[in-house]
Design a binder for this molecule. Sequence first.
Ligand SMILES: [Zn+2]
Length: 284
Amino acid sequence: MRAHTTVGDLDLTVLTDGTYLLDGGAMFGVVPKPLWEKRTPANERNQIVLGTNTVVVRSGKHTVVIETGIGNKLPEKLRSIFDAKQLLLQSFHAAGIRPEEVNVVINTHLHFDHCGWNTIRKEDGGVEATFPNAQYFVHRGEVEHGHLQLERDAVSYISENYDPLIASGQMTLIEPPAGGMEIVPGVSVEVYPGHTAQMMAVMLDSGGRRACYISDLMPTSAHLDVTWVLGYDLYPLTCIEQRKRFLSRAIPEQWLVLFTHDHLHPMGYVEWGAKGKPQLKPGY
Ligand SMILES: [Zn+2]
């Protein structure tokens, strides 16, 4: 378990599939290395350490899982390049949460590092649902995009993370309207495009408070500057606009921001810093 908190009546537990390594340049796009490495040091191969944060939300009626890490289906070569740790099931166990308890799984998008434990590779080579009693929710456009297998991002979409669940009826494909869509009471999704065309944020609302899993729109607390978008983003200009849209509410309304890839700061509040730039509030 990485962190625990409550938002109104909702109980939030942050679990992890472990750290992994990605190229620092790819994670900071056009930002020069001397600037980004002050926030995020790189190793001798220019890689930076990222987390894979899963949030378990319990309302008393529902147990909801947001994002499922990298999983155990990566080919060995990729697993070793990323130094993926495959710890999510141990992390569930350590927190005393059984996969069978989970009613709902939400994937913000279908890149391999967000939906890897949707299914588990068995010893006979097949796959099965990791959360046997859950209904999975994902944007229809993400599935369609993954199926295109485009040159730019085919490597990010591993069909065994979703196609078997669609075939079995365990995955529901949704198209949330502009104002968002409620999945269960207190848990809703809203499209924040830019990283992909249909990436969704997850909003958690209870007792007049809100937490937001903003996913890869702002993957770590080092990505709060609106122009520090990722090399991986498909629509960088849209990301800049959507980051402004996010901050224009997250700061004045003091949303608890849940970061998908920040291993050191899985959650925090954002404020305007001295130079007019958004920063993590110290001391959380
Ligand atoms: Zn990601």
